[in-house]
Design a protein around this ligand. Structure first.
Ligand SMILES: Nc1ncnc2c1ncn2[C@@H]1O[C@H](COP(=O)(O)OP(=O)(O)OP(=O)(O)O)[C@@H](O)[C@H]1O
Ligand SMILES: [Mg+2]
Length: 255
């Protein structure tokens, strides 16, 4: 596995402006399923033009938190603000229209639809050709599979289709849940190069990633979630050794 690739070009990006609210602000979120509490008083921000890695052990609540942010799960307490606006009660499709895009855990494609149908699903008729061209430009292999059912693609190709669909909506914040899961390192590199491109074009990223070192290399900030609470929130270089050992299953950022 290639680690430590700074594919995000974060050096090139301007810092956040003091007079603007953060792109995303999560304030005191409580959430769970039925009577079962999962997230407790979770607060953090994603600044503009930044990559925030959201790390933590299995079952910590990372996916649950992304679902709260994209509107798939209603929190029992707290607020979600996007670009300064309280969107806690907004439906998922409205958040998507505002530029909040969620690439879900697993492959977020419709397996029985063709690749082309997956690509144009949320696209206006007159923009269909441009959407397909934009996708193929990023992942040429998809161009040779346009009429195949998405379910017949390899895992890597399905993930390409899943991530590239986010790009077609001109996202401002992309929530990425375990995009590398089960993929060959060479495919993971391609996906990360693609994510770097979205960032260069002005989006921010909230990145849930099992490969801790890859996430740390790409991230401007890191939040570690443990048992539904924030255990660390800060610079990647500031994570103490015990956080690594307790929560991230690795000895250190370079281990
Ligand atoms: N649909 C659901 N119904 C009930 N409980 C759920 C549901 N989804 C998740 N949970 C529970 O919520 C807790 C947090 O799960 P979540 O999937 O958010 O964790 P995660 O940090 O994404 O874990 P992983 O690293 O394994 O993906 C776990 O205890 C899980 O069993
Ligand atoms: Mg998860």
């Amino acid at each position: 596995m290639t680690v430590g690739v700074s594919v995000t070009g974060r050096e090139d990006r301007g810092g956040p402006r003091a007079d603007e609210p953060p792109l995303l602000e999560v304030r005191g979120i409580d959430a769970g399923y039925g009577g079962l509490g999962v997230l407790e008083d979770v607060s953090f921000t994603v600044p503009r033009n930044s990559v925030v890695a959201l790390l933590g052990p299995n079952g910590a609540g990372k996916t649950t938190l992304l679902r709260v942010i994209s509107g798939l799960l209603r929190p029992t307490g707290g607020h979600v603000l996007f670009d300064g606006e309280d969107i806690t009660a907004a439906r998922p499709h409205r958040r998507a229209r505002q530029g909040l895009c969620h690439i879900p855990e697993g492959r977020g494609v419709y397996p029985s639809l063709t690749v082309r149908e997956n690509l144009v699903l949320h696209t206006w008729k007159r923009q269909e050709r441009a959407a397909v061209e934009r996708a193929v430009e990023n992942f040429p292999v998809l161009g040779r599979k346009l009429n195949q059912r998405a379910g017949e693609l390899s895992g890597g190709q399905q993930q390409m289709l899943s991530v590239v669909r986010s790009y077609l909506d001109d996202p401002r914040l992309v929530l990425v849940d375990e995009v590398s899961m089960g993929l060959a390192p060479v495919v993971v590199d391609q996906i990360y190069e693609f994510l770097a491109r979205i960032i260069r074009e002005g989006a921010s990223l909230l990145l849930v990633e099992q490969y801790v070192n890859r996430a740390l290399a790409a991230a401007d900030r890191v939040c570690v979630l443990a048992k539904g609470r924030i255990a660390y929130d800060g610079e990647p270089t500031g994570i103490r050794e015990e956080i690594f050992e307790h929560y991230l299953g690795t000895a250190s950022a370079t281990g």
